[in-house]
Design a protein around this ligand. Structure first.
Ligand SMILES: NC(=O)c1ccc[n+]([C@@H]2O[C@H](COP(=O)([O-])OP(=O)(O)OC[C@H]3O[C@@H](n4cnc5c(N)ncnc54)[C@H](O)[C@@H]3O)[C@@H](O)[C@H]2O)c1
Length: 447
């Protein structure tokens, strides 16, 4: 099939490259000329494992092209995916749909034959109706159908997720479009990934419901972690104890510094706004949003407490700036809020991240970036693990404790064992695993 993908960011580029890898002919377009110039030169503007070779191989095979000429790409396509951003609108938290609507108008003007326009961006329920109206407004003669096909890939595992999805949700009410969508996803369907056809509005809502549920699950275990700290229990054991019940499931039960990233914060907020607009507030998610917002600054207070109640004039080493490992995405990362809160408390911040320092530098002031974990920890009064990159999982703790001014390690991802850290001379704190609670856990581990 001939496919155009409008918006070549994390989702557009991964989707485009994977569709090309399935054998389709794909044109990825974007308004950002520097992004397209880089892609044409074989440079990948984002960090996503495996994406580089997938893009280069498919471009070389002639199945994947890059351009800023949206009209031409759309005119030659049977299917057009909209994969532009839908950030939070400044001020009110609704999804900012201006990029989607601009893309819809441009696509509308360029349609030449029957075209299936597929919204892959995460958009509030009812957006497909407006996309359809806009296309008809700019091109009353256009022969087209608007479909919702939300994307569930995770940054850091995007290609695997795209090629082996748990399900492919397709919202439509048009038979011709249904045949086209089946053709687009045929390789995945043959691979046993279920294609789940629903109405367009239902598909739009499924995406938000999924993200809101996951955000709520994380928030639940984070609050449990706080309770564990108050009652000397171990949150990792609680998570395992409930996660083994397969009605609950063990995923998304790692207590940490609060969820972040380019999706959960904005999508939970947008869902809350949509629900209120429709007179059907979702109190659970409103509470989830509020708890998570507070949690990030609470993590800074945890660091301050670990430093004896003040960080004024102290150097704090931050390990990890991205909202999770294996991405360079720092949008709404807890690390950003934690750093700002520590700076508010008078701390001097040194930070290291394998991929996120460049984007973080645009969001932060007065941060000294280092070359590795030890470089930033040297002379620091505390080291704080914010993102669980693999290279932070196997630090030489004995070395770390000797190079710091004060051997304080705050592990916001629970990747170390208290006894190990203490044995190597560190003063250790983590999430939901107070000193007393670790004993039972460790006794078992030692058996
Ligand atoms: N990043 C994720 O992990 C993820 C996962 C699932 C769904 N989503 C959703 O997918 C959508 C895209 O997210 P992203 O992270 O890829 O965003 P992104 O910011 O990385 O990329 C968006 C791209 O669209 C381009 N663009 C904007 N307006 C355009 C227009 N009119 N024509 C052409 N290009 C245009 C921008 O220049 C940018 O390159 C969002 O709705 C997001 O919520 C993201």
């Amino acid at each position: 099939m001939r496919i155009a993908v409008v918006g070549s960011g994390y989702v557009g580029l991964v989707s485009g490259a994977c569709f090309a890898d399935f054998g389709h002919s794909v044109a990825c377009v974007d308004l950002d000329e520097s992004k397209i110039a880089a892609l044409q030169a074989g440079e990948i503007p984002i960090f996503e494992p495996g994406l580089n070779s997938l893009v280069v191989d498919n471009a070389r095979a002639g199945r994947l092209t890059f351009s800023t000429n949206i009209d031409e790409a759309v005119a030659g396509a049977e299917v057009v995916f909209i994969a532009v951003g839908t950030p939070s609108r400044r001020g009110d938290g609704h999804a900012d749909l201006s990029y989607v609507y601009d893309a819809a108008r441009t696509i509308g003007r360029s349609i030449k034959q029957f075209t299936v326009v597929v919204t892959k961006s995460t958009v509030p329920v009812g957006t497909g109706d407006e996309v359809e109206r806009l296309i008809r407004e700019v091109n009353p003669e256009a022969d087209f159908a608007v479909v919702s096909n939300p994307e569930f890939l995770r940054e850091g595992a995007a290609i695997q997720d795209f090629k082996h999805p748990d399900r492919i949700v397709v919202g439509l009410d048009n038979d011709r479009a249904k045949q086209v969508m089946k053709e687009v996803y045929r390789p995945l369907f043959l691979n046993q990934s279920p294609l789940f056809f629903v109405t367009r509005r239902t598909a739009e809502l499924i995406k938000y419901a999924g993200n809101a549920f996951l955000a709520m699950k994380i928030t639940f275990i984070n609050e449990m972690a706080d309770l564990c700290e108050a009652v000397d229990a171990n949150v990792q054991d609680v998570a395992r104890g409930i996660g083994l019940d397969n009605r609950i499931g063990s995923k998304f039960l790692n207590a940490g510094p609060g969820y972040g990233g380019s999706c959960f914060p904005k999508d939970t907020l947008a869902l809350v706004k949509t629900a209120r607009d429709h007179g059907s507030p979702i109190n659970l998610i409103e509470t989830t949003v509020a708890i998570n917002d507070n949690r990030k600054r609470a993590m800074a207070r945890k660091v301050i407490a670990a430093c004896g109640g003040s960080v004024r004039g102290k150097t704090i080493a931050i390990l990890g700036l991205t909202f999770k490992p294996n991405t360079d995405d720092t949008r709404d990362s807890p690390a950003i809020t934690i750093i700002q809160a520590l700076q508010d408390g008078g701390a001097i911040i040194r930070a290291f991240d394998p991929e996120g320092m460049k984007p973080a530098a645009k969001l932060l002031d007065n941060v000294q970036f280092g070359t590795d974990a030890y470089d930033v920890a040297k002379g620091a009064h505390a080291t704080v693990i914010v993102t669980e990159w693999n290279q932070f999982r196997s630090l030489d703790l004995a070395h770390l404790s000797t190079i710091m001014a004060e051997p304080v390690l705050v592990d916001l991802r629970n990747i170390y064992n208290r006894a190990d850290a203490v044995a190597h001379g560190l003063i250790y704190s983590s999430i939901g695993r107070p000193e007393g609670a670790a004993a039972g856990h460790l006794a078992e581990a030692a058996e």
